[in-house]
Design a protein around this ligand. Sequence first.
Ligand code: PLP
Length: 390
Amino acid sequence: MQIPAHIATLGTETAFEVLARAQALAARGRSVINLGIGQPDFPTAPHIVEAACRALVDGHHGYTPANGIPALREAIVADLDRRLGVAVDPAQVVVVPGGKVTLAFAAQIFGGPGAEILIPDPGYPIYRSLVELSGASAVGYPLHAPGGAGFSADEVLARITPRTRLLIVNSPANPTGGVVPAAELERLVAGLERHPQVFVLTDEIYARLVFDTEHTSLLRAASLRARLIVLDGLSKTHAMTGWRLGWGIWPGALAELATRLAINLFSCVNTAAQHAAVAALTGPQEHVERMVASFAGRRDAIVAALAGLPGIRCARPGGAFYAFPDVSGTGFTARTLQDRWLEELGVATIAGTSFGARGEGHVRFSYASSLADIHEAMRRLGGWLHDHVA
Ligand code: PLP
């Protein structure tokens, strides 16, 4: 059987591979602490679960409009108006099964052979894999460690060529937890005025998970609106990774194109999940505030613990739920540490190289785990590092 090269070489997300290995170890009776996968350890709030149950009992069992039920698209724009003070037409919203589907659509629309798409390196690995699946080239721009600028607008702008069709921006960022300062985003927006052919996809899936500053949304940049796609969803903010509910906000005629892609690929998102999403966006928000406060405390705990380990330096991430320490002082590659810590200590982490070549020398820790698990993982790592690092 001949498999086309772009399929045969399709990339992946190491977090799922590590999750499977961690689960296999746990099934054999090992004590495993999973700081690998990026998902909140909180259950979905009861009022959201009840809304899904009610939708099923009330008979919402059929297809919905492909771009999502009107009540959900209206709830999404009302939430943007409330949080950011920006007006978006519900017709620009396309509801999809999870945040990454908006990326898949954008890669199809802007990619293809000959196109270049700018992605952060290190960055969420699905950026590169979906861009390359479309036949386009993924061009990495450097993402600096948290505590630094996130990215430098000049370094991003310097990589734009006549072939560049799309720029992907992610703040707060996976895997660094870095938050791009508002001034740097403003410099980027100003510089993009010299490149009117370049569209921008802003991945704001961690927008509400910020600890020290306000999140700056590119949606507020009026000069970008006609060429801005916003990726968002409920996975992280509302602890709903398994519900598969995300959306894109598309400019101009692209919403209709994205809707046609939805019709071709999945018809519509699970109806009960859409009703749950209305409850998530319009109902009480205390569960989000509690989760963010809890992540802020865990951030402080893991950063303090990592700073005390030999060979490790950790800056203080401002958002999401990832720490991305520099582990180069251990003398081991990131991949070796990932594999040995999982096999020898039962601590799952993700090598920085899973997020791009510039991730070497770093390991990603997801701290969306209990404080007790974080402390136990750090205790195991501490013992190992004392034995293995000179
Ligand atoms: N964007 C980033 C930066 C992510 O880290 C993730 C998930 O890890 C996603 C998008 C996709 O989220 P979802 O699970 O809703 O597809």
